[in-house]
Design a protein around this ligand. Structure first.
Ligand SMILES: [Zn+2]
Ligand SMILES: [Zn+2]
Length: 123
């Protein structure tokens, strides 16, 4: 198993697209079936499973593909998270503020984030 960590250029700007690009560089070869599965997954889970937003969605692999290539197409390894600029759920909840890291508790953390958002009070 080879990871490409030394080739990853972590962005120093805040453009989430650049971070995504860095993430993708960790997984140089991807299944040709992935784009189809990704589209189908987003039809089933069309909202960020953390904050509920419907824009800038990414399909996150709970266990990263560069470490668990056999789980690339496993649907129970997927969660929809957004990359919105105010709160980037993919970066914060999925990767713990480091694209080279992964959060094994992402499902629970996304659920408690969703609960917190739903239970918020005003004044
Ligand atoms: Zn979100
Ligand atoms: Zn991810």
């Amino acid at each position: 198993m080879t990871s490409n960590i030394e080739n990853v250029n972590i962005g120093i700007d805040n453009d989430p697209d650049h971070y995504s690009y860095a993430t993708h560089k960790l997984t140089p070869s991807r299944s040709s079936k992935w784009p189809v599965l990704r589209k189908r997954w987003l039809a089933i889970q069309p909202k960020c499973q953390s904050c509920g937003k419907t824009t800038k969605l990414e399909v996150h692999h709970i266990r990263p593909v560069h470490l668990y290539p056999e789980l690339e197409l496993a649907e129970d390894n997927l969660i929809t998270l957004c990359e919105n600029p105010v709160f980037n759920c993919h970066f914060v909840i999925g990767h713990g503020l480091n694209w080279l890291a992964w959060n094994p508790n992402v499902i629970n953390d996304a659920m408690s984030m969703e609960t917190s958002i739903n239970n918020k009070l005003f004044n």
